[in-house]
Design a protein around this ligand. Sequence first.
Ligand SMILES: [Zn+2]
Length: 236
Amino acid sequence: MTELVFRNDAYARLCEARVLRVVGRQVLLDRTVFYPAGGGQPGDTGELVTPEDLRLRVIDTVKGEAPDEVMHVLADDAQAPPPGTIVTAAIDWPRRHRLMRFHTALHLLCAVVQAPVSGGRMAPEKAHLDFDIEMDKLVATEIEDRLNALVAADTPVEIGHISDEELDAKPDLVKTMSVQPPRGQGRVRTVRIPGVDLQPCGGTHLARTGEIGPLKVLRIRSEGKRNKRVTIAFAE
Ligand SMILES: [Zn+2]
């Protein structure tokens, strides 16, 4: 099992860790600041720095076989450090911060467009959600204005938990039809933006909505009968 530092502190950029196991080019650590791909958020990139000051490039982060196992995928030319090695694990912070800004922005988009979410994804340059809604109900300027008002309100983002039973009693909390929160551990992590949005989510989020910065709607496109895609980007 890996101690998931990012779960309690999304702003942690680096941590010391011990190599537990190496599988091919994938390194399992006992703790990490690297978020593994999941819930529409890509895995972190960055580096593992060895005691000899070797910088091993991490090109992706994925979930391991067991729950809470995080595998750091090394670049082709990197020699994996043997188990027991103490390394400094450091994420590419500018990239992750953009992903955190987009992830938090997508929660706002969930609140702005009142329709079931049928999919979603974020990248460092843009992010989208797919809604099960009629095309003519999606007006780019309206969505943009309401998003930017929620950003300007600079509302704090609260991380909490609800029990499996509470979640079962409130199925409408799960906005994304394609992503079901993990159950069976007794409780599920939630992300609440007071007065705006509450949903189960394991991703990395900003502390306040103002940190997202100005947003624009890049495009609105039909991706099928039940998928109307709203893509957003930073306005700067
Ligand atoms: Zn989230």
